[in-house]
Design a protein around this ligand. Structure first.
Ligand code: G3H
Ligand code: 13P
Ligand code: ZN
Length: 343
């Protein structure tokens, strides 16, 4: 089946009280790992690519890899999403490349770093909603800013600063009404990357109550959790056992995500956990078989390690077993629904 608008996956998840992992990809093995996990668990799929991923892969490779996934797994509904679009131009170029969903991240200025004003955010997000919905493409917006990033991606706020940029529930209501977004990413104290929390997070740093408050005000809006890797100790340990130097760190516990799913969270972004799994598996081969130089000998276990993370998340978030229950529609059909004022 052709790639589907992400909105139909989110709607089905909301009607049936589950969440969907959105996994970032940068290469063929990561796409294969997600699709193998989805087939095994009969899960609907959200694959997402950051601007950096599109630059790394070159849009053409990425587009054809996604078409290959759709061809190889015709029974699985798959949405392709632009992660953290920094401008309407980025979102429009993703739509031209066949993405069926885009994130206009107007919480930050076009530099992808500076926190932007509410007015700017509304303006660029509404612009993308109008253009994307005309083509049946889903739009995710973001209000509030995530915490510090060790790799320079995002606002780079310290934990303390990030707490001042949590999503304001009343403003969220206003934002959704003014923009018409299909989904809203919220800031609740998480950050991208491996170094999120210095100990297992409690409600003062991972503020799940913000989600509950927003869901009360916006019961029909699909909420998105970014920076939601769980950073399992087992994955850090494998990396360190084979020569890595990961410091002690904590992610977002799966049970907190499950709590979010009970309160309107439908999309959960996971990148770091897969990066950790891949890195650990490759390090293990390098350490145990230093004479090995066939990339397939380390990329196969890496793909398998990522597949395991994807299976675990698909089961934990409740998307497992749901693929066959979703009635797929095309972006063209979705555009007609939006044009009639639906959704
Ligand atoms: O938004 C953060 C994702 O983990 C993507 O990261 O920009 O390094 O591809 P990236
Ligand atoms: P993690 O770094 O926690 O995996 O978050 C990824 C993300 O939010 C992508 O947008
Ligand atoms: Zn993110």
């Amino acid at each position: 089946m052709p790639l589907v608008p992400m909105r139909i996956l989110l709607d089905h998840a909301a009607e049936n009280n589950y969440g969907l992992a959105a996994f970032n990809v940068n290469n063929m093995e990561q796409i294969q790992a997600i699709m193998m996990a989805a087939e095994e668990t009969e899960s609907p799929v959200i694959v997402q690519a950051s601007r950096g991923a599109r630059e790394y892969t070159n849009d053409a490779y990425l587009r054809h890899l996604m078409l290959a996934a759709a061809e190889l797994y015709p029974k699985l509904p798959i949405a392709m999403h632009q992660d953290h679009g920094n401008s309407p131009e980025t979102c429009m170029s993703a739509i031209e490349q066949g993405f069926t969903s885009v994130m206009m991240d107007g919480s930050l200025a076009a530099d992808g770093k500076t926190p932007a004003t509410f007015e700017y955010n509304v303006k660029v997000t509404k612009q993308v909603v109008d253009a994307a919905h005309a083509k049946g493409v889903t739009v995710e917006g973001e209000l509030g800013c995530l915490g510090g990033i060790e790799d320079g991606h995002g606002a780079g706020l310290t934990g303390e600063e990030a707490m001042k940029h949590l999503t304001d529930p009343a403003q969220a209501e206003d934002f959704v009404a003014k923009t018409g977004v299909d989904a809203l990413a919220v800031a609740i104290g998480t950050s991208h990357g491996a170094y999120k929390f210095t100990k297992k997070p409690t409600g003062d740093v991972l503020v799940m109550s913000v989600i509950e408050e927003i869901h009360k005000r916006l019961p029909n809006c699909h909420l998105v959790m970014h920076g939601s890797s769980s950073v399992p100790k087992e994955l850090l340990d494998i990396i360190n056992k084979y020569g890595g130097q990961m410091k002690e760190t904590y992610g977002v516990p799966v049970e907190e995500i499950q709590r979010g799913i009970k309160h309107g969270v439908r999309k959960i972004n996971v990148d770091t956990d897969n990066r950790l799994a891949i890195t650990g598996a490759i390090r293990k081969v390098y350490a145990e078989k230093p004479a090995e130089f066939d990339p397939r000998k380390y990329l196969s276990p890496a793909r398998e390690a990522m597949k395991k993370v994807c299976v675990d998340r698909m089961v934990a978030f409740g998307q497992a077993g749901q693929a066959g229950k979703i009635k797929p529609i095309t972006c063209k059909e979705m555009a007609a629904i939006y044009a009639k004022g639906g959704k």
